[in-house]
Write a protein that binds this ligand. Structure first.
Ligand SMILES: O=C(O)CCC(=O)C(=O)O
Ligand SMILES: [Mn+2]
Length: 198
């Protein structure tokens, strides 16, 4: 494992990055599996600053039965785990030391799709659990910005890479995946989360 610490306990925030988490075989299988269920993806209708807008990316959620994770006015129903996604989840759970029961998948069809600055909602997550972000397809820069100091970090998320956000990361940092003109290949991003039951 080639793990690099991107944020080392700044105000209790920890971010680790492993560029080669998935082997070539796992990467190909998971990418093919996600491409196969691509018709289940749609845009989020996100409520932002009192307005409803369509997300500039396609979204789909997988997870255990009966789970709800609401963000920005969106309450997505979950699809059952496809086998390769479940296998990846189990391997990531072993690395993070706790289970994951929910995966939010974003599809950035080209470099025109993006996600703006935000912090992930953690109030529905099990306290102290990590958010683990697995990337497949086109390499895209991911940015983290400290909310008060403005300190900016950028890491290009490679296909098959794993980025783990822990500690107070969502409290003290925002993150984004900016537009990247000229990127014509799609990218899937899976964020595994441990949502509280009930
Ligand atoms: O696509 C990414 O790398 C980030 C996705 C993200 O931040 C999210 O879904 O909350
Ligand atoms: Mn996020």
């Amino acid at each position: 494992m080639s793990q690099v610490r991107i944020i080392a306990d700044v105000d209790g925030a920890l971010v680790d990055y492993d560029a080669e988490f998935l082997g070539a075989g796992e990467r190909t299988a998971l990418l093919a599996e996600l491409a196969q269920v691509q018709d289940r993806f749609d845009r989020d209708r996100v409520v932002m600053y009192g307005k409803t807008i369509d997300s500039p990316r396609m979204v789909c959620a997988f997870g255990d039965d009966g789970l709800h994770y609401r963000y920005a006015g969106v309450d997505r129903t979950t699809h059952p785990w496809p086998p390769h996604l479940r296998a990846a989840r189990d391997r990531i759970a072993a690395v993070c030391g706790h289970p994951f029961n929910y995966a939010l998948v974003n599809l950035y069809r080209t470099g025109d799709d993006y996600i703006g600055w935000h912090a992930d909602k953690v109030s529905d997550l099990v306290a102290g659990s990590a958010i683990a972000s697995l990337s497949l397809g086109a390499a895209r820069p991911f940015q983290l910005r400290h909310k008060s100091s403005g300190e900016l970090q950028e890491v290009v998320l490679a296909s098959g890479s794993l980025l783990v956000m822990r500690g107070t990361c969502q409290q003290f940092y925002k993150h984004s995946l900016p537009r990247r003109r000229g990127v014509t290949e799609p990218r899937f991003n899976v964020t595994f989360r441990h949502v509280r039951a009930g």
